[in-house]
Structure formats: C-alpha cells, structure tokens
Design a protein around this ligand. Structure first.
Ligand code: ADP
Ligand code: MG
Length: 695
C-alpha cells in the first residue's frame, strides 16, 4: 500500500517532477516565464516536451492530448499517439515543443455562437503552462486554451486567464498605493461539489436520467429529507468505497480532495477540495466531475451532477469560495484582529461590495442555466436576487465608518471581532447565512448560486473582472492623495453609502426579502431567459472590453450559445417526456385499467352481484387521468413545435420558458398522480423511493 504522500500528484508533471526531470536551467527559465507571464520560447518548449514525454512513457503513456474547455461547459480531448515512423519501418516516440505549446484540432463542431462563421473555421489550442500537465487513462493531458484564428476565445479558460490578469493588474496598482510591494495578486478558489449517487441498474431503466440527467417524472417517496437524517450521516459502505477510490484517483491527479460527507437529500453527497489558484481550481473541478462519474461506474453507481435530479428534495450546487491574495501569501480579505483599522482589508472588502452591487446582473447570469432555474429561489438554494451577507459584526464596523462614529470594540470576554471572524465565524454563521447567495465567511467570500454541473470558469471570470473594475476606480481616486489612510476611509464610507442596499444579513428565502429587495431596487431575474440579456448589456460589454476579458463579439457569441443551450435542454427534456408518456406510461396505465376491468368481469361471472367498488372507482379515476394525460401529451407536443418554429433564438427561449415548461409541469403532475394509483408491477420504471434509498 502506498501512502497518500506517495500517490499524491504521481500522475502530474508538477513542480516537483519538473525540478527532478528538467535540466536546472530549463526549469529555472520555465519558472521565470510563468512568473512573468511571458511567451514560452521554442527551444525551451522542446526541452520541456522531451522531459514530459519521457516521464509519461515511463508511466505507460502512448498518447497525448490538448485538453481544453469549449463552451459546452465540459472538457474536450483528441488523442494523438507519440509514434513517428522511422526509415527502417519502425517507430520512435516523438513529442516536440511545438506539439506541446500549440495544437490545431479540427474543432469546428463546437458551439462558437457565430464566432467562427465570422472569422475562421479553424480552432487553436495553446498550452496554459500555469496549469500542470497530467496523465489520465494512459493519456498525457496538456491543459490548453482554445481560440479561433483571429484570437477570439472559443473556450472558458481563455477569458478566465484574462480576468486573472485584469485583477492582478488592478490589485497590484492599489496595493502599491497602499505601500505594499508584491510580485502579483491572484485569486484563489475552493469549489465545494455536490452530487447524487444512484444505482446503475435502476438508472438504466430511466430514460429521463439517461437523456436528461434528471427525473422528469416521479411521485414523491413516502420519506424524503424531512428527518435531516442523511445530512452528515454515517456514510454507507458502498458510498464509502466510492469516496475512498475517488479520493485516491483525485490525489494522483494532484487534486487536493479534502472533505467528504453526506448532504441534505437522500443519496446526496459533497466533496470539497482545498483551495488553489483559480485557473487550476477550474481545471481540477472539471477533472473532479469527470472522475466522479468514472469511479461511480466502477462501483455499479451513477453520479448525477444535474442541479435538480429529483423534484421535491434539494438539488445540487457548487459553492465557489473565492478570495484574493498576493503571491507572497497575504490574503487581502483577511480581516485580522482589528478589521476597523485594517485599511487593506477594508479597501478590498469595499471593492467587492461595490462590484457585486454594480454588477448583480453579471453574477446572476454567470450561474444561469436551464438546470439551475429549478434551484434558485426555490428555498433550497439562494434566491435569484443577488445580495451580500457580511454578518452583524462586520456590518457594524462598516456602519461605524460610514457614520464617522467610533467603533466600539466588544468588551473583553464576549466575542471580539478577531475571535469572531477567525475560527468562529464559519461555524457561527452557517445556519444564519445559508440563504445568502454571496456570503463573507471569515477571510473569503462564498458564492453559493452556482449549480453543480457548471464550470466554475464563468462565474470566476465575471467576479474577477467586476472586482478589477472597482479596484481600478479606487486606484484612480487614491492615486496621488497626500493622506492615503484618510482617503481609504473616505472611499470605504462612500462605498457603504452608495452600495449598502446590496448588504443583507437576513433570511433570503422569505417572501419579505423579495419585497424588500424590490424596494431597494435590487434585480430579481428568476430564469435564465430573463438573465441572459445581461451578457450583452451595454455597461457589461464596456466593462469586459475595458479589462480585455471579452470583446463585444465574444459576449454576443456567449449570449447565443447560452440561449441556444437553454432551448436545446428544454427541447430534449420535452421530447423525453413525450416518449416516456406515450411509450411507457400510457401503455402501463391502460394495461392496469384493463386488468381491473378483467377482474370485474371475472368476479361478476362468479356472482353477478359481486361488489367491485374498488375496481370500478379506481378504473374510472385512472381512465379519466389517462385521457387527461393523453390530451396533455398533445398540448406539450404542440408547445414544442411552436417554440421550435419561432426562427429567433430569443423568441424560442421565451416560448420554451412560458409555454413548454408549463406544459411539461402539467403533464408531469397528471403522470405522477397516475403513478400513485397504479400497481407497482405495472409501473414501467423505478420510483423515487427505489432511486433514493437503494444505495
Ligand atoms: P466551510 O465553508 O464548511 O466553513 P471552509 O471554511 O473550510 O469550510 O472552506 C470551504 C472551502 O473554502 C474549502 O474548499 C476551502 O479550501 C476554501 N477556502 C478556504 N480559504 C480560502 C481562500 N482564501 N480562498 C479560496 N477558498 C478558500
Ligand atoms: Mg460552504
């Protein structure tokens, strides 16, 4: 048995391996290139490629791939072997610097939202040397960015890297004014990943799970999550075996898998890694989701990453814990013992507050998807309204600064700020702020609106850019002021005055908050279709262009892709419902009604006055509902056809939201009622009870 420290990172061409395998000068030159964010020179790339190939071959690798993250939100790879023919009819294993740094996949079938129709069909992949190469399933994977011929980002990594540069630039500027020298500032992220595990044999009998990743039918089981007995409960042996192997696989890949536990809903679990630099966290979260599915399969399980696999019980999210720190390790959101005197903290905190208020719409749209629409605002996940939770203590600090009154440190013995905020606060506030979409949790913010399937690249790209903008405004105001400290307090005061509407420490699930938020003028975009236009709002295009994160073109393409994706998802779900209703549910309920009818006939043959109350009334009810279901199938069919005919992606999206989804809901309601009336042996697929309680 190997120890964890032996297996950790064993499949990664990480810093330790590079130091060991690369000539000293090459290693140093690579580190320098990465640190300075410069382009890699080809002779250096050749040397690295050579060492990388030898290392990979020694671990049984035969192929390499440029591993990238197209706008589908998942990862893509195309495998090339290292072989190259020799004159004598043999082969040698080759991998050049050019192979390493640049690829040209024929990737024309990925969604580009019109970007490649306008420019060039070809797509290029380019190595992101700040994210280590790794071996997965015997393939050397090189994390890459994916761009068009004209340099337009066709992926999720490129804008994220650009946003990291933007925030680095602006934060460094601000720190310099504050008298803090640093070689750079990076954002850090720790994404907590929720998921469901279901038995594969049961999964295979459900077309909705197979095609859509979520159930489209299913009456509630008698037991759900009401006893709270699953949350943090003892992990069952089959799940524990899965989790153990998952940890090991992730550790091999250098993923800092740390915490695992059962979640609120039955069959729901969570994995949290230790935080790391944002682009690495994004790569690793994509890998984590992929490995979860693979490992589950080996245990006869299926890992569901959908945001809402089951109606009526909690869906799955992904908490994006975000902070920023200097390369030297100073966390800029660390309040310390005296936050009211910590100008650096106060300034960066203010930057986030201003950003979240100014760009609420961007945070909202960054988590918008058809799947996540089932969670946000459904009193299980944060509301669709974006607000910030700061906690009472920090709110008091800011209020004191705003009103220029002295901040009263809580008397000794009770909970002083330092004590409260450091180890105390995450525990103390979990219950109180669970409803907040964007909560300050000690020394970081936790953005809680992300759905479990989502690539974290998008939300973090937006967050980085928004905060970069606040910092840029702050830098301009602070530049050249004689008394920087006084100027910082003025800025903090101004920020609180102008943006305090975004701070809300209360219950985000309550109807009262929805009204209060409306009074405060906060946005409340309930669905993806409502949120998507924010991507192309003038103020947001200006923001992203100013910081060189997205061009207007790139944003328009993302609007198209996201709206189209919404339509396609709902379309597939509607078609799946139609198929299940027509080919499984209608025949099943009809057979059951027939068996009841036959029973009546047989009973009456024995004795003409035999009581048949149950059979007759049940048969009548089932027949009525069956006819209703039949009509609802036709109505859904018509709604889908009408949405498809709109000829405009925005109109289609609206039709899917306003017509197709309500028709789906209606159909489901009738089918679920039929399920409760139909004998078990006639029901054509596993029920909620079986799916949720069989593992
Ligand atoms: P909880 O949210 O349950 O209180 P933790 O405070 O331990 O748990 O952290 C949750 C997640 O936040 C973990 O993934 C952790 O690594 C991450 N995290 C902690 N500090 C930071 C930070 N400075 N930047 C980004 N993520 C962080
Ligand atoms: Mg958390």
């Amino acid at each position: 048995m190997s120890t964890v420290s032996e297996i950790f990172g064993s499949m990664v061409f990480n810093d330790i391996t590079m130091r060991e395998k690369l000539p000293k000068n090459t290693y140093k030159a690579l580190k320098k290139t990465i640190q300075e964010g410069k382009e890699l020179d080809i002779s250096l790339a050749n040397e690295i490629a050579h060492a990388m190939k030898d290392w990979a071959i020694s671990l049984g690798v035969t192929h390499f791939t440029h591993w990238f993250q197209p706008m589908t939100g998942i990862t893509a790879e195309k495998h090339d072997s290292f072989i190259s023919p020799t004159e004598d009819g043999g082969v040698i294993m080759e991998f050049s610097g050019k192979n390493l740094i640049k690829g040209e996949p024929d990737a024309s079938s990925f969604p580009s939202g019109g970007l490649r129709a306008t420019f060039e069909a070809r797509g290029y992949t380019a190595w992101d040397p700040t994210s280590y190469a790794f071996i997965k399933d015997g393939i050397l994977c090189i994390p890459t960015a994916f761009c068009s011929y004209g340099g337009e980002a066709l992926d999720k990594k490129t804008p994220l890297l650009r946003s990291m540069e933007a925030i680095n630039r602006e934060a460094t500027k601000v720190l310099k004014i504050l008298g803090i020298e640093t070689s750079g500032v990076k954002t850090t992220v720790g994404p907590e990943q929720e998921y469901f595990l279901v038995d594969k044999a049961l999964y295979d009998q459900r077309k909705d799970l197979i095609y859509c990743g979520r159930t489209l039918f299913g009456a509630p089981a008698p037991k759900g999550q009401e006893l709270d007995d699953h949350y943090f409960g003892v992990i069952k042996p089959r799940v524990a075996a899965f989790m153990k192997e998952l940890d090991e696989e992730l550790w091999k890949l250098g993923v800092l898998a740390k915490t695992k536990h059962n979640e609120v809903a039955p069959a729901q679990h969570e994995l949290a890694p230790i935080f790391t630099t944002t682009n690495i966290a994004a790569d690793q979260n994509q890998l984590t989701m992929e490995i979860m599915k693979k490992v589950a399969d080996r245990h006869g399980l299926v890992c569901l990453l959908h945001e809402k696999p089951f109606a009526g019980i909690n869906g799955s999210g992904k908490h994006d814990n975000w902070s920023l720190s200097t390369n030297e390790g100073l966390n800029l959101l660390e309040p310390g013992k005296n936050p009211h005197e910590n100008t650096t903290f106060l300034l960066f905190l203010s930057a986030v507050i201003k950003a979240v208020d100014d760009y609420q719409d961007l945070l909202r749209v960054s988590v918008a998807s058809a799947g996540n629409d089932h969670r946000l605002g459904a009193s299980e996940a944060p509301p669709a309204i974006i607000s910030i939770f700061l906690g009472d203590e920090l709110t008091r600090v800011l209020e004191a600064i705003e009103s220029k009154s002295a901040y009263e440190d809580t008397p000794a013995g009770s909970m002083g700020i330092g004590v409260r905020f450091i180890p105390g606060i995450p525990m103390d506030t979990t219950d109180r702020n669970r409803t907040s979409p964007f909560a300050f949790t000690g020394n970081k913010f936790e953005f809680r609106s992300l759905g479990s399937t989502l690539s974290i690249s998008g939300p973090n790209t937006f967050l980085n850019t928004m905060v970069a903008e606040s910092l840029s405004v702050f830098a301009e105001k602070l530049e050249g002021t004689a008394d920087v400290k006084a100027a910082v307090y003025d800025l903090v005061r101004e920020t609180i005055r102008d943006h305090k509407r975004i701070i809300f420490n209360g219950d985000g699930y309550s109807a009262a908050w929805e009204e209060e938020a409306a009074r405060r003028g906060l946005l409340n975009m309930k669905t993806t279709v409502d949120a998507l236009p924010s991507l192309i709002a003038e103020k947001n295009i200006a923001l992203f262009e100013k910081h060189h994160v997205y061009s207007a073109c790139e944003l328009h393409s993302r609007y198209e892709i996201n709206m189209e994706n919404y339509c396609k998802i709902v379309h597939i779900e509607a078609l799946t419902m139609l198929e299940i209703a027509r080919r499984q549910i209608l025949p099943a309920v009809s057979s059951y009604a027939q068996s009841l009818a036959e029973t009546v006939i047989e009973k009456r043959t024995v004795c003409a006055s035999m009581p048949c109350k149950m059979e007759e009334s049940l048969m009548t009810r089932i027949s009525e509902l069956t006819d209703q279901l039949y009509d609802e199938v036709a109505a859904l069919d018509a709604a889908v056809a009408s949405a498809e005919e709109k000829g405009d992606i925005t109109l289609s999206g609206t039709a899917y939201k306003d017509e197709v989804i309500p028709a789906m809901n209606q159909l489901r309601k009738t089918a679920d009622t039929l399920e409760t009336l139909t004998a078990d042996e006639y029901w054509p697929f596993p029920t909620y009870g079986e799916l949720l309680f069989s593992v």
